[in-house]
Ligand binder design. Structure first.
Ligand SMILES: [Mn+2]
Length: 421
């Protein structure tokens, strides 16, 4: 074997995934979300063709469900046929969402597609003009819950000049992800591959540089939690090593932002800050300029606009206004949610100058904050019942100053809310 290969590594396309957690009433936004996963597949095909890839590696979860609709299977088959026409092969390892036992695994795929065995690690040789160039090792999931260590079955043939491992796996028992085909980075290194094309974790991540052990991440974020760039990894590999390049494929980017309302004293100032955030997202949607975004914003901080935001329907009207502005941008931004997490601004000097209960409260806090012995004793007495219930006292190290300041402000917030009723 001699030479080099260029391939595109992608995973977790979840082509038939429903978008959860967003209820977009705008028809253009709805249509974009519905078309996004298959659109990302189209972009993936274009990337393979533009970069003159030798082959595409898909490391599991092409489909979201074990009985994916026929139209989704047609979309995948059409994509493979376009690659076939361009002379690009496709290597597929099935994952926990689309195991070999899926009911939707029936549609015949073009001859350029190879689906790895679900019985054992399978070695397939990519050839160019009849000459072996690169070996690919892969194993598909048979069932949705494969909990054996598949990585242990991978071993490079000493005759391979180039070798790639393909696997859907949870490396390092990551919490929050299914414990499927678990393995360690050490298990993967022990197979002596030149590159590991992994799937399952949807956030792109390079676990190791030498050899590259890579989660390409999903091709399209599937819900508001999957924020930021989503795409594929273009790999150029020869016997000296690999060069990696990230290319975005997402048709809609999920974005989340926190906007501080500190120093903003009325609704118009808040509106200005929200619009500035929308425009920031328009300019900066990961590595793919021109990609529409769905944006969630939390408004935070002590703000003079707190009371105005708390008025009935004020936030709804503000959201509708910001949405209209976001949809007029190019690319558009759908503001899915603005949450009001602001608190009232407190002018402590003004409260101190009064003669009411609030003034007494601030005065008590002032005297404690001025006397560290008294402060420690006071907070210690308050914390004792809680500390008594903990097995390890080391877990809770009370910061007395912080506790008193927060207790003071929380009590003042409650008092002010009472006054407004
Ligand atoms: Mn997945």
């Amino acid at each position: 074997m001699s030479g080099s290969v260029r391939f595109v590594h992608a995973a977790d396309l979840h082509l038939d995934a429903p978008f959860k957690g967003v209820d977009a009433e705008d028809p253009r936004v709805r249509a974009a979300l519905i078309a996004a996963t298959v659109g990302a597949l189209d972009t993936l095909v274009e990337v393979c063709i533009e970069r003159r890839a030798d082959f595409l590696v898909l490391a599991g979860d092409v489909y979201n469900s074990m009985d994916a609709p026929l139209r989704t299977e047609f979309a995948f088959r059409d994509a493979c046929a376009r690659l076939d026409a361009a002379g690009i092969r496709v290597f597929v390892a099935r994952g926990n969402h689309d195991p070999a036992s899926s009911r939707s695994a029936g549609l015949a795929l073009p001859a350029n597609v190879h689906v790895f065995s679900a019985d054992e690690v399978e070695r397939v040789v990519y050839e160019r003009e009849g000459r072996p160039i690169c070996a690919l090792y892969g194993r598909s999931f048979r069932t949705a819950a494969e909990t054996a260590n598949f990585a242990a079955g991978y071993a490079r043939d000493p005759g391979d000049e180039l070798a790639i491992g393909v696997l859907h796996t949870n490396v390092g028992d990551r919490p929050g992800h299914g414990p499927y085909a678990p393995c360690s980075i050490g298990d993967l290194r022990a197979a002596h591959m030149d590159y590991w094309a992994l799937g399952h974790i949807h956030k792109p991540e390079v676990l190791s540089q030498d050899p590259p052990i890579v989660y390409s991440g999903c091709t399209q974020g599937l819900h508001p939690g999957e924020t930021g760039d989503r795409g594929c990894t273009v790999v150029t590999l020869d016997r000296h090593g690999a060069t990696l390049e990230r290319v975005s494929t997402a048709r809609v980017v999920w974005a989340a932002a926190t906007v501080s309302a500190v120093g903003l004293d009325d609704i118009d100032a808040v509106r200005g800050a929200l619009l500035a955030e929308v425009d920031r997202v328009v300019r900066d949607t990961g590595t793919a300029p021109g990609t529409p975004a769905v944006l969630r914003i939390d408004l935070t901080g002590r703000s003079g606009a707190h009371a105005a935001l708390a008025r009935p329907k004020a936030l709804d009207d503000l959201l509708a206004d910001i949405r209209g502005a976001g949809l007029s941008r190019d690319p558009w931004v759908w503001v899915d949610r603005v949450r009001d997490r602001t608190m009232p601004a407190i002018d402590l000097d003004l409260v101190r100058s009064g003669s009411d209960f609030a003034a007494d409260l601030v005065s008590l806090a002032d005297s404690l904050l001025a006397d560290s012995d008294a402060l420690g004793a006071y907070v210690g007495a308050l914390a004792q019942p809680i500390l008594g219930t903990l097995d390890s006292k080391d877990l809770f190290e009370p910061d007395a100053r912080d506790i008193i300041e927060r207790a003071r402000d929380l009590a003042l917030d409650r008092l002010m809310a009472e006054e407004r009723r």
